[in-house]
Design a protein around this ligand. Structure first.
Ligand SMILES: [Zn+2]
Length: 125
């Protein structure tokens, strides 16, 4: 999960493609992933909850990722499903929460990135 976020942040779309589950990867390409994400600058990731895989259930990771797009701070809140293929975790799919999208972060509130600084002294700059 964190490695996929890092790959988005560093625009390593080959890695993102590689870590999709086989059934999802079939209709994707690194170029298409890049096109979809190129206008986003990824800023921070917060893992909110994880549930272990059990019989008939994939591992789930609930996260919030912050990014900037066209100067606007946005959040992506998603619950992702991961499956094991060939001994490695692969992203299968996810459900995006309805409060995803542009966010107004109060300037005097602690920054979303967890730095401990006020937003105005951190990522608002
Ligand atoms: Zn920050």
């Amino acid at each position: 999960m964190r490695s996929r976020y890092s790959a988005y942040a560093s625009q390593n779309y080959d890695y993102i493609l590689k870590t999709y589950s086989a059934d999802q990867r079939a209709g994707l390409s690194a170029e298409a992933l890049e096109e979809a994400a190129a206008s986003s600058q990824w800023l921070a990731l917060r893992i909110e909850a994880t549930t272990s895989a059990s019989q008939n259930h994939p591992e789930q990771v609930q996260f919030c990722a912050y990014y900037r797009e066209q100067g606007q701070l946005c959040q992506l809140r998603e619950t992702s499903n991961f499956v094991v293929e060939h001994g490695e975790w692969r992203y299968r799919d996810g459900v995006i929460a309805p409060d995803s999208g542009p966010v107004k972060w109060p300037r005097n509130q602690s920054c979303f990135c967890g730095s401990g600084l006020k937003y105005k002294r951190c990522h608002a700059r």
